[in-house]
Design a protein. Structure first.
Lengths: 245, 324
């Protein structure tokens, strides 16, 4: 079953084409890495997939809904987390969970029960009444991820979730991603850590608004005669015409 | 001349606490947080010194003390022989500082920003153009563009140009590569290499462990302390455990399998393989070897298993230090 399916998706801002005719699909339970240089069009593409930005052309289905006509339904059925914005720092741990549960319409009784389980699994029971800003970054990011899938979305979008996180926590975070994927949640993730690209089932690399490569890490390395994903990335990004513009 | 004056930076027992973070209603807020918890180190002139650690380790606080923007609670720090508290005026003339957060004037053009910095330091763009040519060259076609309208990578280049225009003796770069893609990161490090050749001492912080090897010496920082401070190779040489790289057909299950294997002390995913640590074998029959590990995993039903003994990276070292 496909959770994302887009065809010729395009976004233009004036004369600039940020996303240029991309087509791809993502299977249920897949961990899909969405890579690209700064300015390649990742954020714009992701916003369209999340129902936050209307495409200039092309069509797409996310979680069974049309990105041109049913963006509100898409928003309700996905999870989202980024490094820059994840939780409300001035709210307590439990308040954040309740807030998100409320926004996504999780029934109150169920929310109370599940928030206990969640905090227990994260080893955060004692921090239930702490303000999020008093938690170390690594804990915050793990909590943010759990909250982003609290309403059991079909797909979760993670925008550089591990930026600046220490190397041990970064790996624990990925083990949480594996677990979510095994439970059937599709994971759509961007990262600048090329070792993390290896943890994805498939990876796409955007260059100048187009998807220039899409395959499993192993076959990409083969195709580009590269030792590592870092090398694959560098070989592709070098072809960019826009560069930093 | 005092011994410490010959160093670019000399820091003794430096500490900085921040006031109480307000906690929840149950008083769970912790007391004062030690952002810098008693650090001592030196940086040689002309060296690239890397401060490597995750967000919240205290890197920015340390940089702000060294650039005289923040007063320490105790301890002392000298930059090119000047005391960061007493001689802050002198230090401000000879250091360049690029903060982690973009701090230029968004409403001024590229050229105007650079001009302001040059003027403040009594110099002109022309006078020190040779220092920034390499970096500013990419920006010149857009010198009439507002700084706020630049892409992330371009902002970074402009900020670096502004930090260099007065020809500083010591350049402080706080996380210049955070959020930057691998290609731009590589470019930036090439620029730093060329600035080093001009004799500028560079102190740079980064959360990316793979940038450690590009520094002459590094400090691994966590919770306000330096876990270790040395040449990258010396840190690697002091690893103290045997490290193996393991691959197999089912990498997810293999992670759990390895954690149960005899003699495995730690096991983490590491790109396309898993890294495991084991005690150094001192000729004892119980020691883990590549062959014994492979045999054990195959007995447990894993297929396509490949085990190789491997040299640790700085990231392995950091993780080992964190687990202590």
């Amino acid at each position: 079953m496909k959770v994302i399916e887009v065809e010729n998706l395009t976004k233009r801002f004036g004369s600039f084409t940020a996303v240029d005719n991309i087509s791809f699909s993502v299977e249920r339970g897949e961990i899909f890495g969405f890579l690209g240089a700064n300015g390649a069009g990742k954020t714009t593409a992701m916003k369209m997939l999340c129902g936050l930005l209307r495409p200039s052309g092309g069509r797409g289905i996310v979680s069974g809904f049309d990105i041109n006509r049913e963006s509100e339904k898409i928003k309700a059925s996905i999870g989202y987390m980024s490094q820059k914005f994840a939780l409300y720092e001035d709210l307590k741990v439990w308040e954040n969970i309740r807030l998100y549960a409320g926004i996504y319409g999780v029934p109150e009784k169920e929310a109370t029960e599940r928030s206990h389980t969640l905090l227990e699994e994260l080893g955060l029971e004692k921090e239930r009444n702490s303000l999020v800003k008093s938690l170390p970054l690594g804990w915050r990011q793990k909590l943010a991820f759990s909250v982003s899938i609290f309403h059991k979305p079909t797909i979760v979008f993670l925008d550089e979730p591990t930026g600046g996180v220490d190397p041990v926590t970064r790996r624990q975070f990925w083990e949480m991603i594996y677990k979510a994927a095994a439970s059937g949640i599709t994971v759509f993730v961007t990262t600048h850590y090329m070792d993390e690209a290896e943890y994805c089932n498939r990876v796409s690399i955007m260059v100048d608004g187009r998807i220039d490569a899409l395959s499993s890490p192993a076959s990409l390395k083969k195709e580009f005669e590269a030792e590592s994903m870092d090398e694959v990335f560098r070989k592709l990004a070098r072809k960019s015409k826009n560069g930093e513009l | 001349m005092e011994e410490s004056n010959s160093k670019a930076i000399s820091v003794k027992a430096l500490a900085k606490n921040f006031g109480k973070v307000m906690g929840g209603g149950d008083g769970s807020g912790s007391g004062a947080v030690a952002a810098v918890a008693g650090i001592s180190f030196e940086v040689e002139r002309g060296e690239i010194f890397g401060v490597i650690g995750p967000d919240g380790a205290g890197k920015t606080t340390l940089f702000r003390i060294l650039t005289t923007l923040l007063l320490p609670d105790s301890g002392e720090a000298k930059v090119m022989g000047y005391d960061t508290v007493k001689d802050y005026r002198e230090i401000r003339k000879i250091v360049g500082y690029m903060p982690g957060k973009f701090s230029l004037y968004q409403d001024l053009t590229v050229e105007e920003n650079l001009k302001i910095f040059a003027t403040l330091f009594n110099t002109t763009i022309e006078e020190n153009y040779h220092l920034i040519k390499d970096i500013y060259g990419h920006l010149e076609p857009f010198k009439k563009r507002r700084a706020g309208a630049l892409s992330g990578g371009m902002k970074q280049k402009l900020a670096l140009s502004c930090a260099l225009i007065h020809k500083p003796e010591v350049l402080f770069l706080d996380e210049p590569t955070t959020g930057i893609d691998p290609v731009s990161r590589k470019e930036l490090w090439e620029m730093l290499g060329r600035l080093k050749k001009q004799g500028i001492t560079i102190v740079v912080s980064t959360p990316y462990m793979d940038e450690a090897s590009l520094c002459d010496r590094i400090a691994l920082m966590q919770e306000g302390k330096f876990l270790m401070c040395d040449r990258p190779q010396a840190i690697i040489d002091s690893f103290g455990k045997n490290l193996f790289s393991v691959k197999g057909d089912n990498m997810g299950a293999l992670l759990d399998g390895l954690r149960e294997a005899k003699g495995v002390l730690s096991c983490f995913a590491f790109g396309d393989s898993h890294h495991i640590t084991a005690e150094k074998d001192n000729g004892t029959s119980s020691a883990v070897t590549a062959a014994s590990l492979k045999a054990e995993l195959e007995r447990a039903g894993f297929e396509g298993v490949e085990v190789t003994k491997t040299e640790p990276s700085v990231e392995d070292c950091f993780m080992e230090l964190l687990s202590k």
